[in-house]
Write a protein that binds this ligand. Structure first.
Ligand code: FES
Ligand code: FES
Length: 160
């Protein structure tokens, strides 16, 4: 079996895996990082989104071996080592941006990437833009209202 090495949440991780292993499976089953959820088999739901070299990517849509040497951040890697939550996690908590929570890791990974891109470009991030950016993330519970509120709240906090 081929060997894969990548940096996950700041730590180098290696394993011997089957060539067909998806990144989502590698994270969940080989590394035990089950915060990355798998909610479909059609690459539509976005529950599996992680950051690869800083960009939000559906981890069920890429093979682990395609990510040799890359830097991966999962939901488990967003909080600080002392447990202080990322501002996006705090905003979801304070704005009740979740119900069952299944979609939440993917939402948060998408949202942090979204805000970073908008801040870098200087483009305004308003409700319409947030809703358009969330087209790859499905939530079956919330109606999205509080998710959008949480992202806009975090955007304000993160630019302060
Ligand atoms: S599990 Fe990856 S998009 Fe649904
Ligand atoms: S909170 Fe349940 S799927 Fe989004």
């Amino acid at each position: 079996m081929p060997k894969i090495t990548m940096t996950v949440n700041g730590q180098e991780r290696s394993a011997d895996i089957e060539a067909r292993t998806l990144l989502s499976s590698f994270l969940r089953e080989d590394l035990g990082l089950t915060g990355t959820h798998v909610g479909c088999d059609t690459s539509q739901c976005g529950a599996c989104i992680v950051h690869i070299d800083g960009q939000a990517v559906k981890s069920c849509a890429t093979l682990a071996l395609q990510n040799e040497g890359r830097e991966i951040t999962t939901i488990e890697g967003l909080a600080k080592p002392d447990g202080t939550l990322h501002p996006m996690q705090t905003a979801f908590h304070e704005n009740h941006g979740l119900q069952c929570g299944f979609c939440t890791p993917g939402m948060i990974m998408t949202a942090t990437d979204m805000i970073k891109r908008y801040q870098a470009s200087g483009a305004p991030l308003d409700e319409k833009a947030v809703r358009a950016e969330l087209e790859g993330n499905l939530c079956r519970c919330t109606g999205y209202q509080n998710i959008v509120k949480a992202i806009l709240d975090a955007s304000t906090q993160m630019s302060a």
